[in-house]
Design a protein around this ligand. Structure first.
Ligand SMILES: [Zn+2]
Length: 165
């Protein structure tokens, strides 16, 4: 994948947000930045615990902020950068938000399965099957740095302690 310096700079900003999320109280280490025409229009980290809201994933937080800022639900031509491959909910939200491009850092196989809700379906499946054909998905930008934010794929975690159970 040929990443631009701009891609790297925005992902770096998402990583900084994720680190802040890990350090904050009630926020979690997933960072998301939404950009359009080279301008930041929304960003956020995971606020599920902080807001007592299971839908407050970083991507949803950033999409809400971008919509408020643009006073529009349609984020056409925007690029969404996220440190971790989006879950099904966030992928669907991106489709509905008319986002033009999703770029993620760590992929599903780079981290523990507890970060994902579905055993088989993932971001790629939802995008492949969407009515929209103008949304692209690219993964693996700064994947090593991003994966380091999360529990490794081979970690042993009791089932009752996993996020998705
Ligand atoms: Zn999500």
């Amino acid at each position: 994948m040929a990443w631009t310096d701009e891609d790297a700079a925005w992902m770096n900003r998402a990583i900084i947000l994720a680190r802040k999320g890990n350090a904050g109280s009630g926020t979690n280490g997933i960072g998301c930045v939404i950009v359009r025409d080279g301008e930041l229009i929304g960003e956020g980290c995971n606020e599920v615990e902080f807001r007592h809201d299971p839908t407050a994933h970083a991507e949803i937080v950033a999409i809400r902020r971008a919509g408020q800022r643009l006073e529009s639900p349609a984020l056409r031509d925007a690029v969404l950068y996220t440190t971790l491959q989006p879950c099904g909910m966030c992928t669907m939200a991106s489709i509905w938000a008319k986002i033009g491009r999703i770029v993620y850092g760590a992929g599903r196989d780079d981290v523990h399965a507890e970060y994902f809700e579905d055993r088989h379906l993932d971001t790629v499946d939802f995008i492949r099957d969407a009515f929209r054909t103008d949304l692209t998905l690219e993964g693996g930008l700064m994947a090593v740095e991003c994966a380091a934010l999360y529990v490794p794929a081979d970690a042993i975690i009791p089932k009752d302690k996993q996020f998705n159970r």
